[in-house]
Ligand binder design. Structure first.
Ligand SMILES: *Cc1c(COP(=O)(O)O)cnc(C)c1O
Length: 457
């Protein structure tokens, strides 16, 4: 097709997907089920319903239905900020002098500043539909907490956020956005929960971790009448909701006959990447098309590239289900990197299984090289990217530079998951030349593994 490709490929409101795509339905070998840590049996819907909303439990366990309709209430909310554009990075291509075509799907054009709102609004909707009073959750960098606060405000739900203590202290503005949307924020670990008190006694002065905040939020949800817990990544249901990213990206590129050769995304718990690649990976699984998929993770928290594929707890308090995933161990505490959203010790089961099957690649990148890429991108493409998203930018640039050497005109699509306006302390460190790279030693990783349960399945 010779039609000139615009800088921004927009879809119309009518083209927002009417159904989410469930990638698991096209996987012959399914991701391993979540297990009850007490019995080591797959968790039943009944057991999961104590923690999660009914409809979300159904979505969590469904690995056969390919398309799940998006309720009108959610689709109407999506219309306020979706469809999000696919941008042809003409200016970046020119700056790099590459023959490659670079495209990015931009998910930062809403107040939460990231893709997380796509799932937050869905989870809040199902909580409301069930007649619940409120939801609890954890937040690390603050994007998820912000997204859930917005979604809860929209549906009139109470929202209680456990925020990793170091973020609570370092990111007062994030906290204030959440409070403005009506959420209550508690720094974690706190003395408001049993698990929090236990962790504080064991590690006085700790600045917290995502795994620990999850334990607190789950405890509160399961001990408070009319509340359930919601999670911003990792779970199947979250990947399902995030499939809107990939469905829209594919529809936009299809309009211009563009078939990407390489699809790149940053991977924290795996939800944006799982959503972006979903329809493309579906084609690959069905043998209709081939693509290269690259997950990009921080060298400071390298779940795919240095983790073990085994059953592990999703939280430090070991009260959550066991998931079979690439993991550094639930007790692994990554060093203080600035990509807060990529600091989870494990990886969603769907992407873990696809990676184990060799359907996907992964690379780990160091934070200073990530900020170099972020700065290059910001200066020509105008958007100040989130540190998390900049991991994908790093590898997109690297792939485009390889094309410059070989003369190949590859088409590269990457996920630009959010903006970095709340990450200016990180940019300041980088601009001052004070940013370092923290790479765990093999010893650190072994220590993490030692905290894993011994489940040989
Ligand atoms: C949370 C977050 C991520 C990582 O989470 P995933 O579940 O792996 O997608 C990436 N980018 C941004 C901007 C985020 O807020």
């Amino acid at each position: 097709m010779s039609q000139e490709i615009p800088y921004k490929i927009y879809l119309s409101e009518d083209e927002i997907p009417t159904a989410w795509y469930n990638l698991r339905a096209d996987m012959k070998k399914k991701p391993a089920p979540l297990l009850n840590p007490a019995t080591l049996k797959p968790l039943t819907a009944e057991e999961l319903s104590v923690v999660f909303c009914r409809d979300l439990v159904e979505q969590e366990l469904d690995d056969t239905t390919r398309f799940i309709a998006i309720p009108d209430e959610i689709r109407n909310f999506y219309k306020m900020y979706r469809p999000s554009p696919v941008v042809r990075a003409y200016c970046l291509e020119k700056m790099l002098g590459t023959p490659a075509e670079i495209y990015y799907k931009f998910e930062g054009n809403n107040t939460s500043g990231s893709h997380k709102l796509n799932s937050a609004i869905a989870q809040a909707y199902y909580a409301k539909k069930q007649g619940l009073k409120g939801v609890t959750t954890e937040t690390g960098a603050g994007q998820w907490g912000t997204a859930l606060s917005m979604a809860s405000a929209y549906f009139g739900l109470d929202c209680r956020v456990y925020m990793v203590k170091c973020s609570y202290e370092q990111k007062p503005f994030r906290r204030e956005v959440m409070r403005t949307y009506g959420a209550s924020i508690t720094p974690s670990p706190s003395n408001t929960t049993e698990i929090g008190r236990k962790i504080l006694a064991e590690f006085p002065g700790t600045t917290g971790s995502l795994g620990c905040a999850i334990s607190e939020a789950v405890e509160v949800a399961t001990h408070t009448e009319g509340y359930r817990y919601v999670l911003g990544s990792v779970l199947n249901q979250v990947l399902l909701h995030q499939s809107v990213i990939g469905l829209e990206a594919k529809a936009a590129l299809d309009k211009y006959g563009v078939k990407p050769d390489i699809i790149i995304g940053c991977a924290g718990g795996g939800s944006n990447l799982g959503g972006l690649i979903a329809p493309f990976m579906g084609e690959k699984l069905r043998g209709e098309n081939d693509y290269r998929f690259i997950a990009v993770e921080p060298a400071s928290c390298p779940s795919f590239t240095r983790g073990k594929y085994a059953y592990d707890f999703c939280d430090t308090g070991k009260i959550c289900p066991l998931a079979k995933m690439y993991t550094l161990g639930n007790g692994f505490i990554p060093s203080a990197s600035h990509a807060g959203g990529l600091r989870f010790h494990g990886m969603t089961t769907t992407l873990s299984e696809l990676y184990a099957q060799g359907m996907m690649e992964a690379v780990a990148v160091e934070q200073t090289s990530v900020f170099e890429a972020a700065t290059q991108f910001a200066r020509v493409e105008g958007i100040l990217p989130a540190p998390e998203s900049s991991h994908a930018i790093r590898v997109a640039i690297d792939e485009a530079l390889k094309c410059k050497e070989t003369g190949e005109k590859k088409k590269i699509l990457f996920g630009l998951t959010g903006t970095g306006y709340f990450d200016l302390v990180a940019y300041e460190k980088f601009n001052n030349g004070e940013m370092g790279d923290y790479i765990p030693t093999d010893e650190d990783i072994k220590k993490g593994w030692a905290t894993m349960p011994n489940v040989d399945l």
